[in-house]
Write a protein that binds this ligand. Sequence first.
Ligand SMILES: Cc1cc2nc3c(=O)[nH]c(=O)nc-3n(C[C@H](O)[C@H](O)[C@H](O)COP(=O)(O)OP(=O)(O)OC[C@H]3O[C@@H](n4cnc5c(N)ncnc54)[C@H](O)[C@@H]3O)c2cc1C
Length: 252
Amino acid sequence: MEASYIAAELIEHRRVARDTAILAYRLLEEPQRQPLPGQFYMFHVPGVEAVPLSVYNYSQRTIWFLVKERGETTRIIVEEAPRRIGLLGPLGKPLPPPPRGGRALLLAGGVGVAPLAFYARHHPSTLLLGVRSREYYFDTGIGCVLVASDDGSIGVRGTVIEAIDSYRIEPASYSLIIAAGPTPMLCAAYAEMKRRGVLGKTILVLEEETICGLGFCGSCLIPGTSLRLCREGPGVEARLLSSWFQARCKAC
Ligand SMILES: Cc1cc2nc3c(=O)[nH]c(=O)nc-3n(C[C@H](O)[C@H](O)[C@H](O)COP(=O)(O)OP(=O)(O)OC[C@H]3O[C@@H](n4cnc5c(N)ncnc54)[C@H](O)[C@@H]3O)c2cc1C
């Protein structure tokens, strides 16, 4: 695999929700491979550090990212939109298409919608998006989106997992279920899909600290497994994640 950063230049910066922006960067060289849904880049802010960011969209050498401020690096990206950056990727395993020409149920929490919106642009899907409140919501431009908010200010009231019942969605009728979002939401998704007996066709898109992105530093080893998020993930079959669930979800 080619493991060098490619320079990219900012061509679009749009604030879309509270603490959240969409940024488009044009690669200054022809990439060896185009990103597929579920893959990510190490996004290097010169003089600061590199952070992993999922592909929100891609077209003709331009990559769109959906970024939420969490700490200093994401604050710089969202607020200052660096003009020139370095991108390493595409990294990670692409998410599989729904089998047998079926349909995927996508469960997104907050900016977890980034990889799932890219997925929904490629594969037949129903996207259930959960946000804290209306000020965190924005239109992804994808059809078939059902919305839930913790305070009921947009869509149905409740978490994205509770909204499965509110919208009378039957996960068993989908050929694939993919959840992406913060760890507490992934824990709830794991427990709920287990309860419904559909863990075997569920994938969780995990977020663990990822430093090198190339599989050698060990920072992103998924607890209880020998899987590295940056190589064997970030989308991992839920049936392989019982030890991850024990380690990460006790406090959730
Ligand atoms: C494969 C992958 C894809 C990602 N895609 C996106 C994306 O498309 N859009 C986006 O906004 N973010 C995404 N993230 C998360 C993003 O990388 C982190 O928000 C970022 O690294 C935080 O860096 P920081 O320096 O701003 O904050 P830091 O100071 O490093 O972190 C601030 C706080 O945020 C939390 N945090 C930081 N990193 C993570 C993490 N990896 N998982 C869970 N909590 C974390 C911790 O509580 C931490 O204390 C992704 C992460 C991974 C691993």
